[in-house]
Design a protein around this ligand. Structure first.
Ligand SMILES: Cc1cc2nc3c(=O)[nH]c(=O)nc-3n(C[C@H](O)[C@H](O)[C@H](O)COP(=O)(O)OP(=O)(O)OC[C@H]3O[C@@H](n4cnc5c(N)ncnc54)[C@H](O)[C@@H]3O)c2cc1C
Length: 501
C-alpha cells in the first residue's frame, strides 16, 4: 500500500487500544483517517494485545455492570457481589497510589469518562464480562469483587483489539501495517504529516492533524537504563517489542514538553525464564500475580516485601522494581497446599519455573540458588508470626497478618505447614513507562513554552502525568480509550477547521 499519494485529515500513529479509539473518534467527526501501525498485521495491537482486557471504570452497583455486560445471566448475577466502584473511590485510588502526584485535570478526565467510554466501545462492538475468579474469589458459592477492575473485554486483549480493528475498518479508516513512523512533518504553522518507512522505502504522508498513540519506551533497552536507571536494561519486556519511544522522541525533537514520572514505570513479578519480549501465543501467561497468598524470598533466603500489603491490583505494578533490585534479579514465590486452589490459571501452564516438595527441608534443598539455612530460618520465623486466630478471607483485606517480623505480611498470611509445597521462579517484567508528553484537556500536545502544538495530539502510554510510582491495575486501557477518544475527536475537528479555512 502506498500511503504517500493521498492526503488524510487525520493520521494516527500506532495500532493499539489508544490509537484505535482515536481513529474511531476521528471517523465519527467525518475525518478521512489513516492508521500507521509499525508491527506487521500478525503482531498488531501493541501492548493492548497482551492484556487481559481488564478495564477499571466507575460503576454504582449491579445495574451499571449489567448495562455494560448485557449477556450476564441471572444465575451469574445471583452468584456475585459486585459492590460499587464510585468516582470517589477511583479518585482516592489514583491519588493514594501515585502519592498525590497524579495530574488533577487528567485524573478527573480519566475517572469521569471511564464508564461512558466503555459504553461507547460497546456501541462499536466491544463486549465486556466480569472477571469471575481473577478479580473475585468463590467463597462459599459467592464471588465478591474487591479491586475496582471488575470488567474485561471478551477474549481479553486479543479480543479487544480484534473488535476495535473490525470497528475502525467498518468506520472507513485505512490501516497500514509494517508502517514505521520515524518523524513528524512540521513548520511554523504546525504538524502536517509524518515520515514513514514501509517496505524499506521512506516517504512523507500529509495530513491535517496527527495523533501520536505509539506507546512508551519500555522496549528500548538503552532508554530504559538511561531514564529508569541502573539494572533496568535487565528487565524482561512483557509486551510488544515495537514500543521503543519513537513517538516520544519525534515529539520532543520538535519541542513537546516532557511530563510525568520519566524515571518510573509499571513492572511486575514475571516468569523467570520468560522470552525477552512478549510472546503473542502466551500473552499474559508469564504473569505470577497470586503472590498475596505466598511468601517471596530472594537468593539469600530472605523476604524483602510485604506480599499482603494490599490487593494484587494495588501492589503488583510496583513490586517488579523491588524484585529487580534483588541479587541476581530473581526471587521465588512459595505456597503450601492450603492456598494452591487460589492460584491463577497461568500457574498451571507449562511455561513456569516450578519446584515442588513434600517437606520444607526438601524444598530448601531443591532451590539450589537460595541460601538454605536462611530460608529455613525465614519460614520458621514467618510461621511463628502468623496470627492464626484471625480468619483467612481472600476477598477482603482480612488482617490475618504475620507481625513482629523485620518485614511484616499485612493480610492473607498462612503458615507454610501443609504439603506439598510449590515454589515459582520470578524476575522483573516491565509493562510500560510512566513518562510522556504533556497534553491539554483536549489531548493536544503542549510544547516547552507551555503552548498547545498546532496539529499534534497524543493518547495512551505516550501521555505523561497520570501515573507515578505505582498504578491501580486496569487503568491503562481505560486511559488509552478515554484520551484516545478525546484525541481523535479533537484531531478530527482541528483537521475539519483547517480544511474549511
Ligand atoms: C502483559 C500485559 C498485560 C496488561 N494487562 C492490562 C490489563 O488487563 N488492563 C489494562 O488496563 N492494562 C493492561 N496492560 C497495560 C496496557 O497494555 C497499556 O496500558 C495499554 O495497552 C497501552 O495502550 P496504547 O495504545 O497506549 O499502547 P500499545 O497498545 O502498546 O500500542 C502502541 C502501538 O504503537 C505502535 N508503534 C510503536 N512505535 C511506532 C512507530 N514508530 N510507528 C508506528 N507505530 C508504532 C506499536 O506497534 C503499537 O501498535 C497490560 C500490559 C501488558 C504488557
Amino acid at each position: 500500500m502506498d500511503v504517500s499519494t493521498e492526503k488524510y485529515d487525520v493520521i494516527v500513529v500506532g495500532g493499539g487500544n489508544a490509537a484505535l479509539c482515536s481513529a474511531l473518534a476521528a471517523c465519527e467527526e467525518g475525518a478521512k483517517v489513516l492508521i500507521l501501525e509499525r508491527a506487521p498485521a500478525s503482531e498488531r495491537g501493541g501492548n493492548s494485545t497482551f492484556t487481559e482486557g481488564l478495564m477499571r471504570c466507575v460503576y454504582n452497583g449491579v445495574d451499571d455492570i449489567r448495562a455494560l455486560s448485557p449477556e450476564l445471566t441471572d444465575a451469574e448475577v445471583a452468584s456475585a457481589d459486585f459492590g460499587s466502584y464510585t468516582e470517589e473511590r477511583f479518585f482516592d485510588d489514583m491519588t493514594r497510589i501515585t502519592q498525590n502526584r497524579t495530574d488533577p485535570d487528567l485524573c478527573e478526565i480519566l475517572v469521569k469518562n471511564s464508564n461512558a467510554v466503555m459504553h461507547w466501545m460497546c456501541k462499536h462492538g466491544v463486549r465486556f464480562l466480569p472477571q469471575f475468579g481473577r478479580q473475585a474469589f468463590n467463597i462459599d458459592g459467592k464471588f465478591t469483587f474487591w479491586g475496582g477492575a471488575t470488567l474485561a473485554a471478551w477474549g481479553g486483549g486479543p479480543g479487544l483489539v480484534d473488535a476495535l480493528y473490525k470497528a475502525v475498518e467498518k468506520s472507513g479508516a485505512r490501516v497500514a501495517y509494517g508502517a514505521w513512523v520515524q518523524d513528524l512533518v512540521h513548520s511554523d504553522s504546525g504538524v502536517s504529516g509524518v515520515v514513514v518507512k514501509m517496505n524499506r522505502v521512506t516517504r512523507t504522508t500529509k495530513a491535517g492533524a496527527v495523533v501520536l498513540a505509539c506507546g512508551g519506551f519500555e522496549a528500548n533497552t538503552e532508554w530504559r537504563s538511561g531514564h529508569l536507571g541502573r539494572g533496568w536494561d535487565l528487565a524482561k519486556v512483557r509486551g510488544t517489542k515495537y514500543n521503543t519511544g519513537d513517538g516520544l522522541a519525534m515529539a520532543l525533537r520538535i519541542g513537546a514538553q516532557p511530563h510525568g514520572h520519566w524515571s518510573g514505570c509499571h513492572a511486575v513479578g514475571w516468569e523467570r525464564y520468560a522470552s525477552d519480549f512478549g510472546d503473542y501465543a502466551l500473552t499474559n501467561d508469564y504473569e505470577r500475580d497470586s503472590y498475596p497468598f505466598s511468601i517471596i524470598v530472594n537468593s539469600e533466603g530472605k523476604r524483602f516485601l510485604d506480599e499482603g500489603a494490599d490487593f494484587r491490583n494495588y501492589t503488583y505494578a510496583k513490586y517488579g522494581h523491588i524484585i529487580l533490585e534483588q541479587p541476581g534479579q530473581f526471587a521465588w514465590q512459595i505456597y503450601d497446599s492450603k492456598v494452591v486452589n487460589l492460584l491463577r490459571p497461568e500457574y498451571r501452564t507449562k511455561h513456569v519455573t516450578k519446584v515442588t516438595a513434600n517437606t520444607i527441608e526438601e524444598l530448601a534443598d531443591k532451590l539450589e540458588d537460595v541460601n538454605k539455612a536462611e530460608l529455613l530460618k525465614t519460614i520458621r520465623e514467618f510461621n511463628a508470626a502468623v496470627k492464626t486466630d484471625v480468619p483467612f478471607n481472600p476477598n477482603l483485606k482480612d488482617g490475618r497478618c504475620a507481625a513482629g517480623l523485620a518485614i511484616p505480611k499485612s493480610n492473607w498470611a498462612n503458615p507454610l505447614d501443609t504439603p506439598p509445597f510449590e515454589a515459582y521462579g520470578i524476575t522483573c517484567g516491565i509493562t510500560f513507562t510512566f513518562g510522556g508528553v504533556r497534553i491539554t484537556n483536549e489531548a493536544q500536545v503542549v510544547n516547552t513554552n507551555h503552548e498547545p502544538m498546532a496539529g499534534l495530539f497524543a493518547a495512551g502510554e505516550m501521555v505523561g502525568g497520570l501515573f507515578y510510582f505505582n498504578y491501580p491495575g486496569a487503568s491503562g486501557l481505560t486511559s488509552g480509550a478515554v484520551f484516545g477518544r478525546i484525541a481523535g475527536r479533537s484531531a478530527g475537528r482541528y483537521a475539519k477547521e483547517k480544511r474549511a479555512a
